[in-house]
Design a protein around this ligand. Sequence first.
Ligand SMILES: Cc1cc2nc3c(=O)[nH]c(=O)nc-3n(C[C@H](O)[C@H](O)[C@H](O)COP(=O)(O)OP(=O)(O)OC[C@H]3O[C@@H](n4cnc5c(N)ncnc54)[C@H](O)[C@@H]3O)c2cc1C
Length: 435
Amino acid sequence: MSATDVVVIGGGPAGSVCASRLARRGCSVVVLEKETFPRFHLGESLLPRSLPVLEEIGVLEAVKARFIPKYGARFHDDIRKKKDRFSFDGAWKNDIVHAFEVPRDAFDELLLDHARASGADVRQRWTAERVVTNERGRAAGVDATAPDGTTVRIDARFVVDASGRDVLTARASGGTSKIEGLDQTALYAHFEGVPRQGGKLEGDIDIILFPSGLAPRVADGEGGVARPNWFWVIPFKDGRTSVGAVVSRAWMRDRRARLSAGESAIATSLFEIAVSESATATELLAKATRLWPHAEATADFSYRVGATSGDGWLAIGDAGGFIDPLFSTGAHIAMTGGLLAADVIAQALESSDEERRLVGEWERYVRAGAETFILAVQAFYAGPLVGVLFAEDKHAALRRSITSLLAGDVFNDAIWLRDVRLRLKEMLASAGTDG
Ligand SMILES: Cc1cc2nc3c(=O)[nH]c(=O)nc-3n(C[C@H](O)[C@H](O)[C@H](O)COP(=O)(O)OP(=O)(O)OC[C@H]3O[C@@H](n4cnc5c(N)ncnc54)[C@H](O)[C@@H]3O)c2cc1C
């Protein structure tokens, strides 16, 4: 038995940022991470507005030294043969003009080590099994399995669920729900030899839209708009490149049926089919070598959870829900939510009467930011946002707004952002979906 102010379940970006901040504010923190780092993880493209978070916890200089800067995002439309680049210096708030592309094994290890250096008691190969409650129903710690297999209870005044897609607290209270219309699968691998742009453009992310090749009705079941499939191409400092295809369930079903019976390495075959259907991806990968024996696949990654807080606990990052990686927003929401959660928890530990109010405000603030990304993803898959992204005659203000969204500037109430939310809602209404 051991006691601490806060136990954090999971040492990904959400958990590490939260633990670093809590420890730096003088709270005792135990971080339980079931894996041994470094370990592979998806989520390799960061957003500029995460940099203040990294600076706040004192890790930004170390990140700068290790990872390639990302000054912009290039969008290619293989369907309409168009492209456009959004440079982060064109955002409304342009004090931060780049983000980073990060192999997550190295990035997550850096953040977790930083949490330890900040004073957190970081325990790897420790699996949290359940949140335990006291006689009043308040979260009071966790039961965890230690590396030697024994069960250890860790008493805590507050519990943070940062367990990512394992959604520990949501699983205990009814699980997750799928999001209508978001049924994508990702097929991905790391490569070397993918050509890059020169100079400051080297670290740009490429997002490549390619046709589903399905009739609209078949593609989506309803609605009449064929949802675009897309690739991410994320360059790393060491010359490797992460490439992933995000495809609809209907595309998966259709292309799987075309594979020969008994074919092994299905994800690899499907990835290669996706590449063959995109002129831009075909060109980029023509002379590249896959560094993994197979491509990997992950399906149905978008979900909501019932509750992201309760008496004595809250959930941050993917443990609180996840909506499609199109705009590279997952780590940004995880780290921003984690930092703000730490401040709220530290205050609540000092004056427990304030806990509900503080946590409620935190929840509304983080959710409002995330909802903007949700609207944007929905407007993209519904169709209208694709037209706006590639419009050749974009008004300067519209370009700034799109760039700001791509930079992750959603945790505020600026007039341009209110306007963006309104426009996205109008796009969804015009596409016949209310989101
Ligand atoms: C296809 C795809 C592409 C993506 N691309 C991007 C991108 O380009 N940019 C971006 O920002 N995001 C991207 N994301 C999202 C990104 O991966 C996540 O949003 C981000 O990793 C969330 O961080 P987290 O700390 O909440 O969770 P995680 O990073 O998943 O960390 C959770 C940690 O908790 C640990 N854990 C789980 N259960 C337990 C337990 N019971 N006990 C102890 N430890 C536990 C896990 O081992 C893990 O290390 C992508 C996601 C997908 C599916």
